[in-house]
Ligand binder design. Structure first.
Ligand code: FES
Length: 110
């Protein structure tokens, strides 16, 4: 199968409801863009994916491979805003690829 057309299924939990969203490799620039296109989320992704505003934080479980690696900018932004023992990530820093297939992404509460 062509990698470009390989389906990637991500479970999204928003306001206590779970939905499976299916997408393809690089169909969206990153997970923040996918979430903004799939669900109406107010004030989500305000810095446009620069990794600075922390409004795109999600709880991410089941990430694989390189998706588990945080760049310094992401770690610093999350460090200012999140609880240390939660699997919190900036959705704008997660690329849509095989490493997200099967992941469970929960929209962080307000
Ligand atoms: S969109 Fe601002 S940190 Fe992700």
């Amino acid at each position: 199968m062509n990698d470009e057309r390989k389906e990637i299924a991500i479970t999204i939990i928003n306001a206590g409801e779970a939905h499976v969203v299916k997408t393809y490799l690089h169909q969206y620039r990153n997970l923040m863009v996918l979430l903004n296109n799939s669900i109406y989320l107010e004030n989500f992704g305000e810095c446009g994916g620069q990794g600075r505003c922390a409004t795109c934080m999600v709880k991410a479980v089941g990430l694989k491979g390189n998706a588990n690696v945080m760049e310094r900018n992401e770690a610093a932004t999350i460090g200012k805003a999140a609880l240390a023992d939660e699997p919190i990530r900036l959705s704008c820093q997660l690329l849509i690829n095989e490493d997200l297939n099967g992941a469970v992404i929960e929209i962080a509460g307000e």
